[in-house]
Design a protein around this ligand. Structure first.
Ligand code: GDP
Length: 200
């Protein structure tokens, strides 16, 4: 059963003016196109079709905000790394991601990285963005079911080394559930620690 039975897309923003009110807690999800971001969102929230809504034509270029529970939102950022996005489209994202970084509610970033490939061009940009925003980063090395056990260990250690103190990292598979509980705990931790700060 989903931890977030009432999770729903609340809005798709094409401009920062459309962002929801900056209160509560937000956790962003980012990754290259095809990194497994939508599958990870669906698996972590336990809602199989949740992120499919962000993939419907017209929404893939927008920032999609989902309300998981009262005051707890996730933000699905456009997949990057595909030449298909025009320069004009990319130009609209930059101000939006800059504005997102300034939001008090932004607490964490899940960065999806294909475990067969490791960190690639574009991922560094997101790491810089989140670090600059003072936002904690947790990397999911996705599709780990496609790697042999030894290969996935090597990729994990190599990525840990590249990330250094900038981010935590784990293996993840939406397909066989590897790392799913750890990823869920991470999301819950960000939501909970923000609520505790707000109350103190
Ligand atoms: P997105 O473009 O980053 O949102 O990626 P998707 O979630 O749509 O996944 C891209 C492709 O990778 C799809 O064909 C998925 O079925 C596949 N995929 C995603 N997660 C996994 C996984 O954990 N294991 C395997 N084997 N394939 C996956």
């Amino acid at each position: 059963m989903s931890q977030y039975p009432t999770a729903a897309l609340i809005l798709s923003a094409a401009h920062e003016r459309q962002f929801p009110e900056d209160s509560g807690t937000e956790v962003a999800f980012a990754g290259r196109s095809n990194s497994g971001k939508s599958s990870a969102i669906n698996a972590i929230t336990g809602r199989r079709a949740l992120a499919r809504t962000s993939k419907t034509p017209g929404r893939t270029r927008l920032l999609n905000f989902f309300l998981l529970a009262p005051g707890c939102r996730i933000v699905d950022l456009p997949g990057y790394g595909y030449a298909a996005a025009s320069a004009a489209e990319k130009a609209t994202w930059a101000p939006m991601t800059t504005a997102l970084a300034q939001r008090r509610s932004l607490r964490g970033l899940f960065l999806m990285v294909d475990g067969r490939r490791g960190l690639m061009a574009g991922d560094e940009g997101l790491l810089d963005w989140a670090t600059g925003a003072g936002c904690a980063i947790h990397v999911l090395l996705t599709k780990s079911d496609k790697l042999k056990r030894a290969e996935s260990r090597i990729q994990l250690v190599a990525t840990q080394r590249q990330l250094g103190a900038r981010a935590s990292v784990q293996l993840f598979s939406a397909m066989d559930g590897t790392g799913l509980e750890d990823a869920r705990r991470q999301l819950h931790h960000w939501f909970k620690s923000a609520a505790a700060t707000a109350e103190s």
